[in-house]
Every structure is written in C-alpha cells, then in structure tokens.
Write a protein that binds this ligand. Structure first.
Ligand SMILES: Cc1ncc(COP(=O)(O)O)c(C=O)c1O
Length: 395
C-alpha cells in the first residue's frame, strides 16, 4: 500500500553547505566589512572558477539573466538571433532587452536541444548569432552548430544555465562556442543563492563585461559606457566557494537518483526517458525529464502532474508553454512548424531530483507513477504477495 509523502517533495531543494562552514566564512565578511564591489571573497571565487574551467576569460554576475543580457550587449549582437522556444523565458528576454529579434526554430527529439538543420534553414541576411540552450544540462549538437556558425560567420552563444559540471570529451562544456552563460540560481545543482557567470573565447571581452556590470566605471571619475549594476556580492561568492567543494559529491548523489528513476520507470508503458548520453559526455544530472504518452500511459501529462500532487509530489512542467506561446512573444516569427517542440512541451514532466532526496523516496515516486498507470487501465493493484499463505491455490 503506497502512502502519500508526509511532507511535500518538490522538484528541487537547494544544496546548503554545513552551517558551521558558512558561519566561519561569514566571520571573514564581518571582519572585512566589504560586502560587494569586487570584494576579496568574490576575487577568490573568480580564481577558483577560473582554475576549474581552465580559463581567465571569466566574469561573475548577480544572476544569469543579467549575465546573458550583458553578454549580448558586450558582443554587439543585433538583428536576428536563432534560438529555441523550449527553454526558460530568460533566454528570450535577454534578446528582447537588447532589441534583438528572436527567431524560434524546432528542437531535436532526443535531448531537446536546438535542431541544427532547422537552424541552418532559418538563417537570413540579418542573422548575427545562434543562441542555443544546453537544456537540462544536455549538451547541444556542438560540432554541427559550430560548423554552421563558422560557415555563416555567426557568433555561437550557449545558454548553459543548466550545464555546470557537464563535460564533453573531458572538457568542461564552457569550452565550446564563443561564449557560455551559467546560472548560479539556487534551483541549480551548483549555486551562489543567485548568481551568474560568463565564460568566453575572446580575452578582450572581459574588460567590456566588467565595465557593463559596474555602471561603466573605469575608475573613480571615468565612466566609459552606460553600464548597469549586475555585480555579484560577497555573500553570494561565499556560498559559491563553499558549494564548489562539494560539487562532485552533489553530482554523484544525483547520478544515483537518475539510475533509480531510469531503472524503475523504463518498463512503464507510456513513459519515455531520454536515451543514454554518449560515453564521452559526463552528465551533471541537473534534471530528470520524462515524456508522458497519453494513449499508452492512460492519462495525460497534465493529469499525471495534478495526480502526483495528491501524493505530495510536486513535479514541474519544464518547459511548458513554449516561449513563443507567451502573449508577449506571440507576434514574433517562428521558423517552421515547431512540431517536436510542441509535442515535447505537451508531454514533458520533470521529476524531483536533488542531492538529499532519499533513494527510497525515488522508488516510491516511481511506484506512484506505476500505480497511476495501472489504475487508469483498470488493472488490479492488489498486492499478490499478501496471498502468499495460499500458495498454490488458484487466485
Ligand atoms: C535556461 C535558463 N536560462 C536562463 C536562466 C536565468 O538564470 P537566472 O535565474 O540566474 O537569472 C535560467 C534559470 O534560472 C534558465 O533555466
């Protein structure tokens, strides 16, 4: 007999470092009385990330959205940018804030990233860049997108908000494309409460990004451009430094959770899992997406999503609706018919995954999903083990 969880199980729960460690770090902030404006802890955090990603071309921000906005502005992107409708709204908002026209194209059906063929077909004389998303931490079709960008002289920008910790061929995902933006929002597996990071190929962009995030100040008296305020503060940097130490452990725990989900859900009719990633990819296990086929499963994604709440399981429909269906973007042109993106947005459900989620809870979530499937098909849900005493007797 499966019982609803006593406490709600949300799709994610932020990782927190041991409280004593954080308090110890706070002492330094109290001693320094330096809370923001390129403080010593921010500088240390930047250095640690620079070592981690093996590059000096790095800039930290107070969130990922402003990081992406500033990236587009600093790189002088204009005109049209080809992008995905299957993402978090901030990807498109960053284009809007730079007066860039988003051109939405379809995604591929396996990992839900931008479909390179559709990208190529959407290029016009006004296209200046491709803005692709490593959605759920799944790497985009890196080689194909790089090839298109090179042949058409386009900038290749990755929204890597979900992809911290993902590697391809032993290289951090940030090594691909002209620039990658990472979000350190607390819903992410690696976070700094709120925060963002840019990693980029051209060293010359650093000074530009650093001006843009700090009002354009070059020194006390010179303002060289109309920048904004997008600086990361010392509390954020402290949280980031402390969580970075536990990154591997966090990813390992999430990997075990993925294994249980995949093992238990595989056999349930109407539940589609993402295919196993190629062996050269080290996945960060940022999300646990499933697709629900209404006919086979016996209930729609939306009904399953609501039913799960009755068991105290709060999955999320990331990403539904598609960005192009939000009223503010309805007037924007869509290239092609977005068949895959529409199908996926109608069927996708992301299940709870976070380092402290117990494996037994994951098993129970899978049991609930199996139970809901059987129930809709009118199959018996009795526990036949209870009849063990009557072994041999016809049931
Ligand atoms: C794909 C994607 N892009 C951009 C962002 C924006 O990042 P932030 O919340 O740090 O501003 C997020 C989420 O938070 C995201 O999921």
């Amino acid at each position: 007999m499966i019982k609803p969880f006593e406490k709600p199980i949300y799709v994610t729960r932020p990782y927190l470092p041991p409280l004593e460690e954080f308090c110890h770090g706070l002492q330094e902030i109290w001693e320094n009385r330096w809370l923001t404006n390129n403080g010593p802890i921010l500088q240390r955090f930047t250095q640690k990330l620079s070592n981690f990603f093996e590059t000096d071309n790095i800039s930290l921000f107070n969130n990922g959205t402003l990081a992406l906005q500033i990236a587009l502005q600093g790189m002088g992107i204009s005109g049209e940018v080809i992008t995905t409708p299957f993402t978090f709204v901030a990807t498109t908002h960053a284009l809007f804030w730079n007066k860039i026209r988003p051109v939405f194209v379809d995604i591929e059906p396996e990992y839900y990233t931008l479909d390179p063929e559709k990208v190529e077909a959407a290029i016009t004389p006004w296209t200046t860049a491709i803005l692709a998303v490593h959605v759920y931490g799944h790497p985009c079709k890196l080689n194909q997108l790089a090839d298109i960008a090179r042949r058409h002289n386009l900038r290749l920008i990755y929204d890597a908000a979900h992809a911290f910790g993902t590697e391809v061929g032993n290289k951090p995902i940030a090594h691909f494309g002209d620039l990658s933006m990472f979000s350190f929002h607390s819903t992410k597996l690696f976070h700094s409460i709120e925060g963002g990071m840019l990693i980029f190929r051209e060293a010359g962009l650093k000074v530009m990004f650093d001006y843009l995030k700090n009002f354009g100040f070059k020194n006390e008296v010179e303002v060289v451009m109309p920048g904004t305020n997008a600086k990361m503060n010392e509390m954020q940097a402290l949280m980031g430094i402390q969580i970075l130490r536990y990154l591997e452990e966090i990813i390992q725990k999430r990997a075990s959770i993925t294994d249980v989900y995949r093992d238990r859900l595989r056999e349930i009719p109407g539940i589609r899992l993402v295919p196993a990633l190629p062996s050269e990819i080290k996945y960060n296990h940022a999300y646990m997406p499933i697709e629900v086929d209404e006919q086979e499963f016996g209930m729609s994604r939306d009904v399953l999503y609501e039913k799960l709440k009755e068991w105290n399981v709060f999955a999320r429909r990331y990403f539904y609706p598609l960005i192009c269906d939000f009223p503010c973007y309805r007037g924007i042109s869509v290239n092609g018919n977005l068949t895959v993106a529409r199908r996926v947005a109608d069927r996708i459900l992301t299940l709870p995954i976070y380092d402290s989620l117990e494996l037994s809870y994951v098993e129970t979530i899978c049991e609930i999903i199996r139970h809901l499937h059987r129930k809709t098909l009118g199959e018996p849900t009795v526990n036949f083990a209870a009849f063990a005493d009557y072994a041999g007797a016809p049931i």
